[in-house]
Design a protein around this ligand. Structure first.
Ligand SMILES: *Cc1c(COP(=O)(O)O)cnc(C)c1O
Ligand SMILES: [Zn+2]
Length: 404
C-alpha cells in the first residue's frame, strides 16, 4: 500500500497521489495525507542537518528521487537582545535567511522538484515573487531539469541574477504576480511542466511544514505559544499549522490547540489583514500591490481563506506594517541579533512589535518569529534610509579624525 494519498481540503474526497492538485468534484485544493510509520524523538535526532531528516513525514516515496541542496535545519536563535527591546522574555527567531538560496523557499521547492522527478516529468518551473525563482532553479540545476520562471518584471535585480545563474529560463512578465501566476498555470498544464507552486502545490506545501517540525524539535518538542509568520499566498502559514498538527497526531507533541498564529502582511498588499479586521472570510484581491516587501506582493492569495480559518482555529491575529515600520524592523533585528533580513522578515518583526505594544502577546509567551529571506537579496529600499559612507582620502590623520 502507498503511504500517502491526496484529500480534498473542502469535500474530503480521496485520490491516489498522482500529478493532480484540484478536486474533480468541488475544485478544492488537494492535501497530502499520510499513513505515518511509528516514529519517536530519537528517530530523527542523529540524522543529517537538513529537512530531509524527516523523510518518513514527507511525500517522496523513493529516497533515490530526493534532489537536495542541503536546505533546512536552520538556526532557531534565542533572541534575548531583540526580546528585551520588544519586551518579550522568550523570543526566538527562526532564521531561514541562511538556507542555500537564502530564503525558506528551498523547503517547498526542494520537495516539489523531487516529486516532479518521482512523477517522471521532463521540466519544472514556478510563478515567483522573487525567492521561489532561485529555490526552484537551484534544485532544477542539481536535478538536471530545465526550469522556467514566470515573475513580475519589477522584482529585485539580485533575485533575477541569482535565478539566471542557476541556468533558468527567466520570463519577466510585464504585470503583477497574479498575471505571472495565471500564465504559468496555463503553460504548466498545457506542456506538462511541474510548476512547483501551482500544479505541484499539494506536494510543494509539504516542504514548508518542516518549518514546524524543526521549531518543535529545536524547542525540545515543546509547543510554542505564539508564531509570527509573514504571509503572501498563505501557503506557508497553513503548512506550519499542518506540521504542528501532524506532530501531535504521531504523539511527538502534546496538544497544539493552544498555540496562536499571527499572519503578518505589508501595508499596500494586505488583503488577508483587511478581511480579518472586517471579520470576513472573503479575501478581496489587491489589484496593484504597492510595498517594498515584494516577496509578499501577492494581491490574490491562493490560500487566503484558509489563513483566515487558521487564525480563527488558533485564536490568532492578522496585522500589517508599512514601509517605514518594515525598514525600522530590519535595522532593529540586524542591530540586536546580527541577522540581516529582506523586507518580508521585517514585516514579521514589525508586526510582532505592534502586537506586543498593543498587549496582544504576553511577555512570558514562548514566541517564534519566522524570518524567511535574506537581506542581501533586497538592499535597494534599505539604501535609501542608511547613511551613505563618505569617500575619504587614504590619509591616516584625516580618517582617524572621524573614528571617535
Ligand atoms: C514567498 C515568501 C513568503 C510568503 O510565503 P507564502 O507561502 O506565499 O505565504 C514569505 N517570506 C519570503 C521571504 C518569501 O519569499
Ligand atoms: Zn472536493
Amino acid at each position: 500500500m502507498m503511504r500517502i494519498s491526496l484529500e480534498c481540503r473542502e469535500c474530503k474526497k480521496h485520490y491516489e497521489p498522482t500529478f493532480k492538485y484540484i478536486c474533480e468534484d468541488c475544485f478544492g485544493p488537494l492535501d497530502v495525507k499520510y499513513d505515518f510509520p511509528k516514529v519517536n524523538k530519537d528517530t530523527f535526532s542523529n540524522r543529517e542537518h537538513t529537512y530531509w531528516r524527516y523523510f518518513e513525514l514527507l511525500p517522496i516515496l523513493e529516497k533515490s528521487n530526493i534532489i537536495s541542496i542541503d536546505a533546512g535545519m536552520t538556526p532557531l536563535v534565542r533572541a534575548e537582545k531583540l526580546g528585551k527591546e520588544l519586551g518579550l522574555n522568550k523570543l526566538y527567531i527562526k532564521n531561514d535567511s541562511v538556507n542555500p538560496t537564502f530564503s525558506f523557499k528551498d523547503r517547498p521547492a526542494g520537495i516539489a522538484v523531487s516529486k516532479s522527478k518521482e512523477f517522471g516529468l521532463s521540466a519544472v518551473g514556478c510563478a515567483s515573487t522573487g525567492n521561489l525563482a532561485s529555490a526552484t532553479a537551484a534544485h532544477a540545476a542539481k536535478g538536471g531539469f530545465p526550469c522556467h520562471i514566470f515573475a513580475p518584471s519589477d522584482i529585485e535585480m539580485p533575485k533575477i541574477a541569482q535565478a539566471l545563474s542557476y541556468g533558468a529560463n527567466f520570463i519577466a512578465v510585464d504585470g503583477t504576480y497574479d498575471d505571472a501566476n495565471r500564465i504559468a498555470a496555463q503553460i504548466g498544464d498545457s506542456k506538462g511542466i511541474g510548476i512547483v507552486n501551482i500544479n505541484m502545490r499539494s506536494y510543494y506545501v509539504e516542504g514548508s511544514k518542516t518549518l514546524a517540525y524543526e521549531v518543535a524539535e529545536q524547542l525540545d518538542w515543546q509547543v510554542p505559544d505564539q508564531l509570527v509568520v509573514p504571509v503572501g499566498s498563505g501557503a506557508m502559514l497553513n503548512a506550519i499549522c499542518k506540521g504542528f498538527e501532524e506532530l501531535q497526531n504521531i504523539s511527538l507533541l502534546n496538544d497544539v490547540s493552544n498555540m496562536h498564529m499571527v499572519a503578518a502582511q505589508p501595508t499596500g498588499c494586505a488583503p488577508i489583514v483587511t478581511a480579518f479586521k472586517k471579520k470576513s472570510y472573503e479575501v478581496i484581491p489587491v489589484e496593484q500591490p504597492d510595498t517594498i516587501a515584494k516577496s509578499l506582493a501577492i494581491g490574490d492569495p491562493g490560500d487566503g481563506r484558509y489563513v483566515l480559518k487558521r487564525l480563527k482555529q488558533y485564536n490568532g491575529f492578522a496585522e500589517e506594517s508599512n514601509n517605514k515600520e518594515i525598514l525600522d524592523a530590519i535595522l532593529l533585528l540586524a542591530k540586536t541579533e546580527g541577522i540581516f533580513t529582506e523586507p518580508a522578515g521585517g514585516v514579521s518583526v514589525a508586526v510582532l512589535k505592534k502586537l506586543v505594544d498593543e498587549g496582544k502577546i504576553d511577555k512570558n509567551d514562548t514566541t517564534v518569529c519566522y524570518v524567511t529571506g535574506n537581506g542581501l537579496k533586497a538592499t535597494e529600499s534599505l539604501m535609501e534610509v542608511l547613511p551613505k559612507p563618505q569617500v575619504m582620502q587614504a590619509d591616516v590623520a584625516k580618517i582617524s579624525a572621524v573614528v571617535k
